[in-house]
Design a protein around this ligand. Structure first.
Ligand SMILES: NC(=O)c1ccc[n+]([C@@H]2O[C@H](COP(=O)([O-])OP(=O)(O)OC[C@H]3O[C@@H](n4cnc5c(N)ncnc54)[C@H](OP(=O)(O)O)[C@@H]3O)[C@@H](O)[C@H]2O)c1
Length: 303
């Protein structure tokens, strides 16, 4: 069903934006991407008309929004507060000039009730405040952590070859793991569902599980024994540094440091029934998601 509206996906060549773009295209909507370099798109990124620009440059963002009525916004791996707030202000200015009918902001993490010392949360909170204060028709989606993080060169081979699921959250931490595909389904719905402007919606999949329960779900779907190993956050961060650099790795690690220190046991939990009701979507059980991934691609590989 196409409404002939131009849809803009910011970060369309990243993992989350690509999933959103695929979902919107599958629903028949015209989609334009906005990305910084056009280089190294995430695997599975669809071919899209794409504006190359920097979120820090208002004229670039204006070009992205030209003629756009609905926009999906996810901010990149940047944790400099001033820069992130500039991104948010530019999005507000360009979206206002374009007269958008709906903008969906994905915070890409939960946002704790209390202020934290971590830029991973506080930059996203600051951007959320700027967007909501704009008066634009905005829906905020706050996802937990993604199942797709586990279908990666860091986790895939260990899962498939050794039955080890290592993640930087304590074994008793409850998480409503969500897939990128379900994020995309929720985003597409939030872009179109009438009457939900101003909503801030924590997202989460239908299974809220501890580390051991997550490993058991993987084990049953993969048909093998899988055990959960809580990674030290410092160890996680030093591995991540090699891939995304020091600043971004420090930023991402803040999410897990706060979880390790925090007394907020429900931070990664969400009311999936409320998500399904409000957005009229069905979210995917963990075992169903695990069963349809191509785990064989990791069988020969070693982390
Ligand atoms: N909750 C979770 O479990 C989870 C998991 C993964 C990621 N995340 C978070 O989600 C965010 C994005 O992750 P992702 O994996 O979807 O995306 P990503 O792979 O980091 O890609 C982000 C996209 O934004 C573009 N971009 C980067 N800087 C830009 C700028 N200044 N102006 C315009 N576009 C820019 C990139 O283009 P170029 O490639 O050309 O630079 C790319 O298309 C990060 O903050 C990350 O920490 C959360």
């Amino acid at each position: 069903m196409s409404d002939e509206c131009q849809h803009l996906v910011i970060g369309a060549q990243g993992f989350q934006g690509a999933a959103v773009a695929r979902q919107l295209l599958a629903q028949g909507h015209p989609v334009r991407g906005f990305t910084r370099s056009g280089m190294s798109p995430a695997p599975g990124t669809p071919e899209l008309p794409t504006v190359i620009g920097d979120l820090a440059d208002l004229d670039d963002v204006r070009r992205g929004f030209d003629g756009v009525t609905r926009a999906s916004v996810v901010l990149p791996l940047v944790y400099d507060a001033e820069l992130v707030m500039a991104y948010a202000r530019n999005v507000v200015a360009a979206a206002r000039e374009a007269g958008v009918a709906r903008l969906v902001y994905n915070t890409n993490t939960p946002v704790p009730a209390e202020v934290t010392p971590y830029a991973a949360y506080e930059t996203r909170r600051a951007a959320e405040e700027i967007l909501l204060a704009s008066g634009l028709p905005i829906v905020v989606l706050r996802p937990p952590v993604y199942l797709d993080n586990l279908f990666s060169p860091w986790n895939g081979p260990a899962l498939v070859n050794d039955g080890v699921l290592a993640y930087p959250l304590s074994a008793d931490r409850k998480v409503a793991w969500l897939s990128h595909a379900d994020l995309a389904t929720a985003t597409a719905a939030a872009l179109h569902r009438p009457g939900i402007e101003g909503t801030v919606l924590p997202l989460g999949g239908p299974n809220v599980v501890t580390g051991a329960e997550l490993a058991a779900a993987f084990g049953s779907a993969l048909g093998k024994d899988v055990s959960y190993f809580p990674l030290e956050v410092d160890q996680f961060e030093s591995g991540l540094r090699e891939v995304i650099g020091d600043a971004a790795a420090a930023g991402v690690s803040g999410i897990y440091k706060w979880a390790a220190e925090s007394h907020d046991p429900e931070l990664f939990v969400a009311d999936h029934a409320e998500v399904e009701r409000m957005l009229d979507v069905r979210l995917t059980p963990i075992t169903e998601w695990v069963s349809v991934q191509r785990w064989d691609v990791w069988a020969a590989a070693r982390a």
